[in-house]
Ligand binder design. Structure first.
Ligand SMILES: Nc1ncnc2c1ncn2[C@@H]1O[C@H](COP(=O)(O)OP(=O)(O)OP(=O)(O)O)[C@@H](O)[C@H]1O
Ligand SMILES: [Mg+2]
Length: 262
């Protein structure tokens, strides 16, 4: 059975896309079959996986509107390294129309879930990059998902907004997707040179009743550079600290005990 993971936090710039792209690529590197879904109109996951977002005919938006089927908008193995078994459902700014367009549909929260029904078991992992908002795109992502991973940036306001996020996830669990769980939080942009990063990690550990991944993603300039080359970190700089961080996370995600019975 395939696992569908939404990478979500309504706060902007906390490392959702960096985590989505690199977790997906590191899972594929470990021999898993991976589907990456870009649910953000910014299209950063799409370009981060080497696809020119301004130059795609069909996106996940067209599939969600019923204007194409899911296979038609899928980009099979967008990366030049075809050894990685990773495919992409891309997006671009057209997806911003979703808030208005989906509302007229019969089951607006279930559009992505229904679309994935026929293909989800072809993949070991489906990784969904959510936008920085708790609107219809994130609701669709969490309704389709088995679990959520929450990236938390190691900065002073790390815990701000988390209670709202957890409330939303609970609400979706109650009303739309009974099996939804938070599988864990992951710290991003950890700077070992500052006390602040360490304090943030300790503070979140003491105040947040959630599973915390042991892998901590360091602040690493190679992670920031890689998207401009359209490459995930394991292909851009395989030996970097960032690549090691996401490889460790991928190994932990594979072994998450929530899935012992799956
Ligand atoms: N570990 C890291 N080290 C260095 N830079 C990073 C790291 N993680 C993310 N960044 C950079 O920080 C910025 C924000 O990261 P990212 O785009 O992944 O966040 P996001 O949560 O997806 O943002 P948005 O909310 O806009 O979708 C990007 O420029 C990214 O390259
Ligand atoms: Mg993003």
């Amino acid at each position: 059975m395939g696992r569908i993971i939404a990478i979500a936090n309504q706060k902007g710039g906390v490392g959702k896309t960096t985590t989505s792209v690199n977790l997906a690529a590191c899972l594929a590197e470990k021999g898993k079959k991976v589907l990456a879904i870009d649910m953000d109109p910014q299209g950063n996951m799409t370009s981060g996986l080497g696809v020119d977002k301004s130059n795609i005919d069909l996106t996940i938006y067209d599939a969600m509107l019923g204007e194409c089927n899911i296979g038609e908008c899928m980009i099979v193995k967008p990366l030049e390294n075809k050894k990685l078994n990773l495919s992409l459902l891309p997006s671009n700014r057209e997806l911003a129309g979703a808030e208005v367009d989906f509302i007229t549909q019969e089951r607006p929260q279930y559009i992505l879930k229904d679309l994935l029904e026929s293909i989800k078991d072809k993949y070991d992992f489906t990784i969904i990059d959510c936008p920085p908002a708790l609107g219809i795109l994130t609701v669709n992502s969490m309704t389709a998902a088995n679990t959520v991973i929450v990236p938390i940036q190691c900065e002073f306001y790390a815990l701000d907004g988390l209670s709202q996020l957890i409330y939303t996830i609970d609400l979706i669990k109650q009303k739309l997707n009974k099996q939804l769980e938070i599988e864990g939080v992951v710290f991003t942009m950890y700077d070992a040179r500052t006390n602040l990063s360490l304090e943030v990690v300790e503070n979140v550990k003491n105040n947040l009743d959630q599973y915390i991944y042991k892998s901590i993603i360091p602040r690493n300039v190679r992670l920031a550079e890689a998207p401009s080359f359209g490459l995930p970190i394991n292909l851009y700089d395989s030996k970097s600290a960032g690549a090691q961080g996401y490889r460790d996370l991928a190994a932990e995600v594979i072994n998450n005990k929530l899935y012992a019975n799956m």
